[in-house]
Design a protein around this ligand. Structure first.
Ligand SMILES: Nc1ncnc2c1ncn2[C@@H]1O[C@H](COP(=O)(O)OP(=O)(O)O)[C@@H](O)[C@H]1O
Ligand SMILES: [Mg+2]
Length: 243
């Protein structure tokens, strides 16, 4: 039990009569990095929203750090980056982080020092005084990454974190995630970027129409030579079942 960061047990979520997530069972071990793959509309974001307590499952159970996703003490240990972030447009990134630090109950001094570190880390030092409404998609993405990392969480849940990043930012972010992984953080991220997923993950899960059709090591799926997650991803999707 203790080595599980989260456990999703037979979870389904209906919208109307449609099971957008259908009997999903998935767990993340401590220090594990798992990529959550699948086509558009496969149920990844819905699963992530249930994980962080934004949505309730229609049936099944979810345990986060052995507790309920809605417990305040549980939520403090999680850094979450949404697929699409809606930030106050007139705040700058420092004000944004101060706002989130307040929500997390962090001390102001700590928020300031973490902000300095993180702006450096995500490459937003020069743009720190500009309002977020002037940010490009990639810059907003970087701000989102900084926000997710602010409280130095044990578990990072990232919904398509690579989308919108330029190649340099992508390499930088990949290295940042590797560093966090090496520090023992647990990371769960959805992505369409198979190359990034292959480089970062121990295990992957692949969703199709609400069902998890593959769970296992990324190496096994990619074959001995590696580097070809794409072919096998397509293969699993086509077969659409037994894994
Ligand atoms: N609030 C909602 N009400 C109705 N349908 C929804 C809602 N949220 C998501 N869906 C539907 O659920 C399906 C899965 O969506 P989503 O979890 O966002 O997929 P993914 O992140 O894998 O692209 C889609 O068909 C989407 O239209
Ligand atoms: Mg999504």
């Amino acid at each position: 039990m203790d080595d599980k960061v989260f456990e999703i047990n037979s979870v389904s979520r209906l919208f109307g009569h449609v099971a957008v997530v259908d009997d999903l069972t998935l767990a993340l071990g401590k220090g594990e990095v798992v990529g959550f793959l699948g086509t558009n509309g496969a149920g990844k974001t819905t699963t992530i929203k249930m994980l962080i307590g934004l949505l309730r499952p229609t049936s099944g159970t979810i345990r986060l750090f052995g507790g309920d996703p809605l417990d305040a003490s549980t939520r403090r240990r999680i850094g979450y980056m949404p697929e699409i972030a809606y930030y106050y447009p007139f705040l700058n990134v420092r004000e944004l982080l101060a706002f989130y630090g307040g929500i997390c109950g962090m001390e102001k001094k700590l928020v300031r020092s973490r902000t300095d570190e993180l702006l450096e880390e995500v490459g937003l030092v020069d743009a720190a005084k500009r309002p977020l409404k002037e940010y490009s998609k990639g810059m907003l993405q970087r701000a989102g990454i900084a926000q997710a990392l602010l409280s130095d969480p044990d578990l990072l849940i990232l919904d398509e974190p690579f989308t919108g990043l330029d190649p340099l930012a992508r390499i930088h972010f990949r290295n940042l995630l590797k560093k966090l992984r090496d520090k023992g953080k647990s990371i769960f991220f959805s992505s369409h970027e198979l190359g990034e997923t292959e480089l970062l993950c121990d295990n992957i899960a692949i969703m199709k129409k609400g069902r998890c059709i593959y769970q296992g090591p990324v190496k096994r799926l990619a074959g001995d030579g590696g580097g070809n997650l794409e072919r096998l991803f397509l293969d699993v999707l086509e077969k659409g079942g037994a894994a």
